[in-house]
Design a protein around this ligand. Sequence first.
Ligand SMILES: Cc1ncc(C[n+]2csc(CCOP(=O)(O)OP(=O)(O)O)c2C)c(N)n1
Length: 628
Amino acid sequence: MSKLLDKVNSPADVQRLSVPQLTELAGEIRSFILNSVSKTGGHLASNLGVVELTLALHCVFDFKTDKLLWDVGHQCYAHKIITGRKDKFANLRHADGISGFPNPAESEYDLFAVGHAGTAIATAIGMALGNIHQKKDNKIVAVVGDASIVNGTSFEALNNLGLIKRQMLIVLNDNSMAIDATVGAMAKYFSKVRLSQTYEDLRKTTTNILEHMPVFGKSVEEAIERIKRSIRMVLPASQMFESLRIPYFGPVDGHDIGSLIQLFEALAELNHPAILHVYTKKGKGFKPADKGPTKFHSTGPFKINGDNVESTSSSGRRTFTKSFGEYLTELAEKDDRIIALTSAMCDGTGLMNFREKFAERFYDVGIAEGAAVDVAAGLARDGLRPFVCIYSTFLQRSFDQIFQEVALQNLPVVFCIDRAGFVGPDGPTHHGLMDIGFLRMMPNMVLIAPANDIEMKLALEFTLGHDGPVVIRYPKDLVPAQSSVKAACKRPFKLGTSVTVKRSKNSRLAIVSYGGILTEALKAAETLAHKKLPVDVINGRFAAPIDKKILSLLKKGKGIITVEDHSVACGFGSAVLELAVANKCPLNAVRLLGAPRKLIGHNSRDAQLLQIGINADTIVKTAKAMMK
Ligand SMILES: Cc1ncc(C[n+]2csc(CCOP(=O)(O)OP(=O)(O)O)c2C)c(N)n1
């Protein structure tokens, strides 16, 4: 039973509590989050770190009218709990449950459906400008992590903060972690400040800020000067932000609710943007997450056993991610031109072993997808073989770099796109449903999708023999069992060549699949064969260039069903259709199965594929209708 939390159903209930009660409530919220996430899975460590910060914000501001923008949004659980969504946590990230990210469809307290890093400051600027135009005086707060504030999008926003001549508070939530430890010059900069600060220093800074605020009748600059004089605030962090003319306050303890409330009250009165730098502990209050914040950044369900945890979600089978990481490491042993790059996603993209084995050939550039691509372009121009490993959804950030620095130059950069397709519980911000679309149209770009573990190896081997950019996409899924892999899939990849994995006598149509979804195509073919409806199954392998052979049945007046774990618009099926048009094939017997242009909410990946009809049953139904 949670003595205080049981009575909290809105921010007003939080505002009524004393500081000691709020501290107690923070403990109850931590237990609630831990208990919920252990059952449903979700983002744990970041959420445990921001409980006091969230309570203090809601005590001072009224976010029904004031505006709160979370960067990334993965740290919004305490915010959701106190804004009337506590009871929905039993179904967090599950069908009919709430999202793990902010979602305006759920609550007026959420302003944007977000999940990508770096956007909060710029959108806050937009809202501040909107307020100026409309003569509103709502307070505006953006909360951004230390790994996300160095994102290019955040920096572009900081560079424009001068546009704002009114209150706007940026809370820099510094826990010295991204998913992994933060990387880069800025991380070093922040950690230098952090190491130079004792707990006593943080308290003194808080007292000094409060003593010299509010600054009625005085300029912010004057207040900062006075604060600096009294605490000798010559910290690198302050210098950096102040060189951008952004008033900087801190660093202060992000777990001291009483002080945070006073600081927010004081800073809310400024008529100028400002940054408050707070230190928090990722995973606070739960030893395994505190010790292993990377593992508990985002987790599946687990069982708590004292200070230990046991996963309850692992199936023990190999994932595409693991398959990729292992084969790339294997290839790197034989080919020392191979360099791996990632954007703050070493673990998620399966590169942990590679990093351990080839530390000097591994680069994590932080949350900077555009930079990752351009660094890779430079490496490739210099004769090396860079593999850029990024989730499909985050690669969207580097569209232009891929186009100009890689495709246009025809450089041999390999894009290893993980989480391509439906991603399950992270939902719409994280689905990877557009990569074929935005990459297929680029000149020189070769697009591949391995259908299984063996093809992953063959696809990677192919890239080393190809003198231009290659994209390999694979889903957040297990690879099909080795025993189910057809002989045709064991043939090496040949540019623009598909493989026919099932040929049936008297086939009446061909199912052409792209990537891991081949398993469903084969299942469908089997069912159809039992119903005396023979079909061929073709493993497309390439979405660009696409194999003309795919059209052979169509040319004979028979049908084609394409199936892909991607948006139908601009996807693999569209490429087949374009080819069919160019080759003057009859088009009345072409059906494209894939994702529609609409939001598909969080759920399990299997349920999403079922909902959309990217599965054997839908292929069977479609085929039957076509063969009537
Ligand atoms: C553009 C983009 N790239 C990568 C990610 C994956 N990602 C989610 S959270 C996270 C780390 C964020 O670190 P920070 O902002 O410091 O917040 P913390 O988790 O430490 O609270 C990353 C890399 C993302 N959400 N967006």
